[in-house]
Design a protein around this ligand. Structure first.
Ligand code: SF4
Length: 455
């Protein structure tokens, strides 16, 4: 997975030893980056709550402020460095405030970070979260640093503090063994390891009892999941037998791990929803080889054809990178061609960002920022047009929608997702509550949502 759209997200949180007012210390946690980071923040919340920490309502009230960070692109790191600058000023007025950096950027930058932000009290990589209470409890002039990667750590025994709602994101596997040339993930999150199926199923049952109706299994290459004799197809089959869970999704799969057994399970099991985020990254064989993605454009298109033949109504989204090292105009046109041929329902599009420690780092950049910007603007506009066309083609069709709650546009409208993970907005009725599934008919569409009426 390259990245999902950056998400600014916070969990008000918790602390351990008492603060100067003899209260439980309060933690404020901010999360940057992908869905995996949001899931990790829910895990960190659980670790700290167990240790006696309490929630701060705002950063100014916190005894501890933690940033859970993303290293996937330079821009993501710059945002966090800017935020650290703001927090340094807060710490100047409150020297007892403890500041910590967690996640991929902590792992990626380590020593350089402490040089850039000497006011940090704690730096912890993604495999060090069990030690957070101990690290926060350590008094000393030097920051507490733990960025050791641990091939066995899955945190499978720790129940995260899930956000409320009808959908929960459950981590199935961590790390990645693919080593795509552009990607820093294997270096900052370590090698693949899978959570035991029993632990995933136990979480799913608890979530179902709490009113969750949809589970999204998470992993950097989630379909590489394997624990003992259980592969990803078998895990999905077992999850589908959990009473109360009505919908199952997963993100992000790698095209090379879309096995015939997995496609057959998706086709046969009605709870597995007909939507797949299938990162392509490029449509040029030359660039795909340089990226070390493990497939050609032709093989990717053949996979898409097999998926569409097996799963009627399948919606597809993808990740696209423009401006990778050596990308010529011809290579870029091949990517545009692939996007047109597949006709994705949506796409996350990025300018290539050179990342230290990756295999492509030494190659550097060959495409100017201006040209990357031009290519990016073009693929964004192309995808908007394709998304709009695909959504308009649904006008008049009916779908079951899992109701999530009030729509952002207000006015008594409710919102939920279709099986294809499209946002449906419709006028509610008093009897309809979050967690219900209702049938709607599409009345109009934009590139990003469907306006519907109850059918
Ligand atoms: S190395 Fe490749 S497969 Fe692994 S997380 Fe990065 S982009 Fe995804």
């Amino acid at each position: 997975m390259y990245a999902l759209a950056p998400i600014a997200y916070h969990l008000g949180l918790l602390t351990m030893a008492e603060n100067e007012h003899n209260q439980s210390p309060r933690v404020w946690l901010e999360t940057y980056g992908c869905q995996m980071n949001i899931a990790d923040s829910q895990l960190v919340t659980a670790v700290l709550r167990r240790a006696g920490y309490a929630t701060a309502a705002r950063p100014e009230d916190a005894d501890v402020i933690l940033l859970n960070t993303c290293a996937i692109r330079e821009h993501a790191e710059e945002r966090v460095l800017g935020r650290l600058g703001d927090l340094a000023r807060l710490k100047q007025s409150r020297p007892d405030l403890r500041l910590g950096l967690l996640g991929c950027m902590a792992q990626h930058n380590r020593a350089a970070l402490i040089e850039k932000a000497p006011w940090l009290d704690l730096v912890a990589g993604p495999d060090s979260y069990r030690r957070l209470p101990e690290m926060l409890g350590a008094a000393g002039f030097d920051p507490a640093v733990d960025v050791r990667l641990n091939r066995a750590e899955t945190y499978g025994d720790i129940a995260p503090e899930y956000a409320s709602g009808v959908r929960a994101y459950v981590t199935a596997m961590r790390g990645c063994d693919k080593f795509c040339a552009f990607c820093v993930v294997p270096y900052v999150r370590g090698r693949e390891r899978s959570v035991a199926p029993g632990e995933i199923l136990r979480e799913a049952r608890k979530l179902a009892e709490r009113g969750v109706r949809e589970i999204v299994l998470l992993g950097q290459t989630v379909n590489a999941y394997r624990h003992g004799a259980t592969d990803f197809a078998a895990l999905l089959g077992e999850l589908a037998r959990v009473d109360g869970i009505e919908r199952i999704r997963f993100t992000s799969p790698h095209p090379a791990d879309m096995t015939p057994a997995l496609i057959a399970t998706m086709a046969a099991e009605p709870k597995i929803q007909p939507y797949l985020h299938l990162p392509a990254q490029s449509g040029s064989d030359r660039i795909l080889a340089a990226m070390e993605r493990g497939y050609t454009a032709g093989e990717y298109l053949e996979l898409v054809a097999r998926l569409r033949a097996a799963i009627p109504g399948l919606a597809l989204s993808t990740d696209i990178i423009v401006g990778f090292h050596g990308e010529t105009d011809e290579d870029y046109r091949a990517t545009v061609g692939l996007m047109r041929t597949v006709g994705y329902d949506s796409a996350f599009t990025f300018k290539y960002s050179v990342r230290e420690h990756t295999r492509a780092f030494r190659l550097g950049d060959t495409v100017s920022e201006a040209e990357k910007g031009r290519r990016l603007a073009e693929v964004i506009a192309l995808q908007e047009a394709i998304s709009l066309e695909r959504n308009r083609a649904l006008i008049g069709r009916e779908f079951p929608v899992l109701v999530e709650g009030p729509a952002r546009r207000g006015g008594g409208m409710l919102a939920g997702k279709t099986p294809q993970f499209k946002t449906a907005v419709f006028a509610g009725r008093p009897a309809i509550a979050p967690g219900d599934t209702v049938r709607v008919r599409v009345a109009s569409a934009t590139a990003h949502s469907l306006t519907c009426a109850l059918a």
